[in-house]
Design a protein around this ligand. Structure first.
Ligand code: PLP
Length: 426
């Protein structure tokens, strides 16, 4: 029986047996006991299923990963210690030194630094494609050694809605997978696999957790990409560190996510803790409910700001004035996310004064949790970028990113009103 995604948020991934805990338990154990050395040997050779060391996986992590795989409609998922680790592994699982990635320029600042500095230092090259690039321009970014395309479905913080179908078509024409960071809409509002994406990543630190308590990430595999097309020898040639296993042969549609776990997670060790996975699961249970409220509150705030004279511009894909309105309606008919951005008249300085005048809305380096918060990217998350890089990823100096929470809407708008009133007095 295929349940609605709202039901999956509560029920997927864990089926308690007779007399077992109703709630996914925290298995706070790094190790697992076996009766025979032969069984352990088989586990190490990937000949048998079973838990043996939490750095690879454990029952809590595995249940929560299975829930997220089901929410996205994938064949498998792997939790990671953070969204950063998910982004990194999504690439290093298939790219080596000398390989190249086509990447949307409108991405999270942390991901940009990871790719543009750290992965470049390891020899992986990136071409960053501007948000408004035409199909021809995106196509021109591909090279002989391109091995992946990476985009965000709704970009943080610029809220660009990517044309997923076009990116998927171009990636597949070049024989490489499309990886989509789906953190902002969450699978409740958008499921990239239904539009041709091959791999999905999330910072679960954001809406999925929803309470700002647990850092985490996840990689989900659609199972749809053909890794045997000659460009990905890591799936078709024997892995000597597992007695010669050939991932595409042995694991079929789950080759990518199995290799991410048994090879990359084994070696990098960027595992999520069972405690955090437990907290993430609590958040997931209410994800559907929360996303509805985040979206309706954000639309109300966006409409209020748009009609206010002290505001220079408002950017929210749910606004008719947004250049992404039609695209968002196509891909995310129930809403995109609770994040909006806007510019206060008077530039960077007035923007910072407005931030200081907020009361209910707290200034935090975070986004996408249940409580309303705001951030000035140019002076924080994106401060390492120069003016040109800022412009390329769509961050104006007066941009305020407001993450609209699930509080009572009148209270959120009152807070914005009083902060704007203080500016008039200056
Ligand atoms: C926050 C974020 C990340 C990084 O996640 P962490 O959990 O902070 O490591 C990656 N992508 C997007 C879109 C994000 O918002």
């Amino acid at each position: 029986m295929e349940y609605h995604i709202n039901t999956k948020c509560l029920q997927s991934g864990y089926e308690p047996g007779n007399g077992e805990p109703r709630v996914v338990p925290i298995i706070q154990s790094t190790t697992f006991k076996y009766d025979s050395a032969a069984t352990l040997g088989k586990l190490f050779d990937l000949e048998e299923d079973g838990f043996f060391y939490t750095r690879l996986t454990n029952p809590t992590l595995s249940a929560v990963a299975a829930k997220i795989a089901d929410l996205e409609g994938g064949v498998g998922a792997m939790l990671t210690s953070s969204g950063q680790a998910a982004s990194m592994i999504s690439i290093t699982n298939i790219c080596h030194a000398g390989d190249h990635v086509v990447c949307a320029a409108a991405i999270y600042g942390g991901t940009f630094n990871l790719f543009n500095k750290s992965l470049r230092e390891l020899g992986i090259d990136f071409t960053f494609v501007l948000p408004d690039a035409s199909e021809e321009e995106i196509n021109a970014a591909f090279k002989e050694n391109t091995r992946a395309v990476f985009i965000e479905s709704v970009s943080n913080p610029s809220l660009d809605v990517a044309d997923i179908e076009t990116y998927a078509k171009l990636a597949h024409a070049h024989g490489v997978p499309l990886i989509v960071d789906n953190t902002f809409p969450t699978p409740v509002n958008f499921r990239p696999f239904e539009w041709g994406a091959d791999i999905v990543t999330h910072s679960t630190t954001k809406y999925m957790d929803g309470h700002a308590v647990a850092l985490g990430g996840v990689i989900v595999d659609s199972g749809n990409f053909d890794w045997t097309n000659g460009k990905f020898p890591m799936f078709t040639e024997p892995d000597e560190s597992y007695h010669g296993v050939v991932y595409a042969e042995k694991f079929g549609r789950a080759a990518y996510i199995t290799k991410a776990t048994t090879h990359i997670m084994r070696d990098y060790g960027a595992q999520q803790s069972p405690q955090n996975a437990f907290l993430l699961n609590l958040g997931l249970e209410t994800l559907f409910l929360r996303m509805e409220r985040h979206c309706s509150n954000a639309l109300a705030v966006a409409n209020f700001l748009e009609s206010n004279e002290q505001i220079e511009w408002v950017n929210y894909p749910g606004l008719k004035s947004s250049k992404y309105y039609e695209r968002a309606k196509k891909y995310m008919p129930n809403g995109s996310c609770g994040v909006i951005s806007f510019g206060v008249k008077g530039g960077r300085e007035k923007a910072m004064q407005f931030m200081d005048a907020l009361k209910l809305t707290k200034l935090v380096i975070h986004v996408a949790d249940a409580r309303t918060c705001a951030l000035h990217p140019a002076s924080t998350t994106h401060r390492q970028m120069n003016e040109k890089q800022l412009e390329e990823c769509g961050v104006k100096p007066n941009l305020i990113r407001m993450s609209v929470g699930i509080e009572y809407i009148d209270d959120i708008i009152s807070d914005i009103k009083q902060a704007l009133a203080q500016l008039t007095d200056n």
